[in-house]
Structures are given as structure tokens and as C-alpha cells.
Design a binder for this molecule. Structure first.
Ligand code: PMP
Length: 319
């Protein structure tokens, strides 16, 4: 499945037509995974038109991903935020997935550790529906534990959203698909639950909601943080704890969180039914609180919604 093309991409300093956002085949980032990126969603809200969800938080993580590698983005977070908004305005996108990416470019040569590592940057946006398939948000999805472990601490930093990390995600997700599952959950090298190929995991038992801690080789998801906050507001106890595989089998409810996955219920793990075998009541409440941010039924007390203002695009998007 290809991408739903738009008209403009911000590419290395200027807006260019979608087809012209190209890089050289000898770019360092392509060979060695030396790229950093974000995935951000914009929603068409009832209250304020198109708003980007937690735009600044995503772009702070973007900057920090590069920082972990001793590198700097070519623009400030404020400027990157504004380019993200402008990409939506120019393309007339009402709701979309935004993908800022910075990479170690061709100019740096092909030594693995180049003498200098200047980052180039592009920001694209395009329509993207439910990540784990239509119906997944209502019915739940089947998942399995991966035979691949997540990267061990002190090998590749899990906190950086870097291109190279997604070799692990690729193996986990691709294996799961081959086994007829929507996604895989990886354990850490200590055998405890880490995260999915591209999402964080939450487990409900009684009225307590558990999720692995940041130190469990996970990416600190912005949606994860959102759900911890919203679940607390709804009166649930949320515990960030090391968890074992069998805890998933005995859970009342399990769900994924992620910008792409949003809040996706899990109905089975390794062929074992989770709880009632479909979306559970607490997951549904949490989904309603989350999606309620975009129709105004959940008050945005945290200023998570960043309105983009009027669209400026001359031509309708392909959505
Ligand atoms: N873990 C991984 C490996 C991911 O790729 C993602 C998606 N960015 C997440 C967790 C969820 O993070 P977020 O909620 O910030 O999208």
C-alpha cells in the first residue's frame, strides 16, 4: 500500500512538489540508519478546526533524538513546529499524519563515523487512517509475542526515535504479520515486556492499569504519556512496572498506544483470549476520553491541541 500523495513537501529549506523531495543514494542515513524522525497526527476538531496533537512535545523529542547522538537539528523546535503547521495549510490537509525527518546526509561522506555530521531535514504530511486496520479500534486486534527481543540497554538507545531502531520494529512487525497477527510485542533481553514494533503496551487488571517503565527499552510515547494522564483523570491507578509475558495472558484488557495506532484494543495474545476477547469497558472509556479531545467532549486542560489556523493551499489535497 502506497502513500496518499499531497502537493507539497518542505525539503531542505523550501517547499517543493511531492515528487521532487529526493535525496542522494549515497546519503549516510540511508546506509547506516543515521536518521531521526517523528510521527505526529493532526485532527480536524469541532472546537478549533485542524489542530496538531502535542506538536511541541513531538518536536522536543525529535530534537532530543538527535541530541542523544551528539547532533543538532538544522532548525529550532519553534521553527519546526511552524513548518509542520504550514505543511498542513499548504496541502489543505484537515487531518493528517506529519513526518518530520532529519538525516546524516551525502555531504558527510560514507565513513561510519564521519568527521562532521550535519543533518538535513524534510517535513511531509499525508492522510493516514487506522494503523492496525479498519475495525481494529472497535473490535481489537490479535497480537503475538515476538521471537525477537527489543534492543538491550546500552546497545542502541531506545529513547531516540532513530531510523536504525526500526530494524528491530521491522523484524517484530513483519514476523507478526507472517503469523497472521496485526502486530508483535517484544520482550526485553531480560524477558520482561517491552513494547510493540511501533507502539507502547498497556495492561488492565481489575481497576489498575499497568505499563512497562521507560527503562524497559521502550520509546517514551507521547500517546503513552497522554493515556497515563487521562486514565489518572478518570480515576484509575496507573503503575509503570516491569511485567512478565504471562501477565498479558491473564489480563482483563490490553491495548496499544501510539500516534499511528492511537488507542487500539488487543483481543488475543499468542492465540490466548484476553479478557472477554474484544474491546473491554475500561479501554473503551479511555478511547472515548482520548478521541473526546478532538470533538471537545474531553476538555484539553493541557493545551495539547495546537491549531494551525486557516488553510492556504490553492488546490485540494488528494485525501
Ligand atoms: N514505540 C515505538 C517503537 C514507536 O515507534 C512508537 C510510535 N512513535 C511508539 C512507541 C509510540 O509513541 P508515540 O505515542 O509518541 O507515537
Amino acid at each position: 500500500m502506497g502513500l496518499d500523495k499531497c502537493e507539497w513537501i518542505w525539503h531542505e529549506g523550501k517547499f517543493v512538489p511531492w515528487e521532487d523531495a529526493q535525496i542522494h543514494v549515497l546519503s549516510h542515513g540511508l546506509h547506516y540508519g543515521t536518521s531521526f524522525f517523528e510521527g505526529i497526527r493532526a485532527y480536524e476538531t469541532k472546537q478549533n478546526g485542524t489542530c496538531v496533537f502535542r506538536l511541541n512535545d513531538h518536536n522536543i523529542r525529535f530534537k532530543n533524538s538527535a541530541k542523544i547522538y551528539g547532533l543538532e537539528l538544522p532548525e529550532s523546535v519553534d521553527t519546526i513546529n511552524e513548518i509542520c503547521r504550514e505543511v498542513l495549510r499548504r496541502n489543505n490537509l484537515k487531518s493528517a499524519y506529519i513526518r518530520p525527518i532529519a538525516w546524516v546526509g551525502y555531504e558527510n561522506g560514507l565513513k561510519v563515523g564521519p568527521d562532521s555530521s550535519v543533518l538535513n531535514m524534510s517535513i511531509a504530511a499525508f492522510p493516514w487512517g487506522a494503523y492496525l486496520g479498519e475495525g481494529g479500534l472497535e473490535n481489537g486486534v490479535d497480537v503475538c509475542i515476538s521471537t525477537w527481543n527489543r534492543v538491550a540497554p546500552n546497545t542502541i538507545p531506545a529513547a531516540a526515535k532513530a531510523g536504525g531502531n526500526y530494524l528491530s520494529g521491522f523484524l517484530i512487525s513483519q514476523e507478526a504479520r507472517k503469523r497472521g497477527c496485526a502486530e508483535g510485542i517484544a520482550l526485553g533481553t531480560d524477558g520482561r515486556i517491552s513494547e510493540a514494533g511501533g507502539a507502547n503496551v498497556f495492561i488492565i487488571k481489575g481497576d489498575t492499569i499497568y505499563t512497562p517503565p521507560i527503562a524497559a527499552s521502550i520509546l517514551g510515547g507521547i500517546t503513552r504519556d497522554t493515556i497515563i494522564t487521562l486514565a489518572g483523570k478518570l480515576g484509575y491507578k496507573v503503575r509503570e512496572e516491569q511485567l512478565t509475558r504471562e501477565f498479558l495472558y491473564l489480563a482483563d484488557e490490553v491495548f496499544f498506544t501510539g500516534t499511528a495506532a492511537e488507542v487500539t484494543p488487543i483481543r488475543s495474545v499468542d492465540g490466548i483470549k484476553v479478557g472477554i476477547g474484544k474491546r473491554g469497558p475500561i479501554t473503551e472509556k479511555i478511547q472515548n476520553a482520548f478521541f473526546g479531545l478532538f470533538d471537545g467532549s474531553t476538555k484539553d486542560e493541557w493545551n495539547w491541541l495546537d491549531p494551525i489556523g486557516a488553510h492556504t493551499g490553492k488546490k485540494a489535497a488528494t485525501a
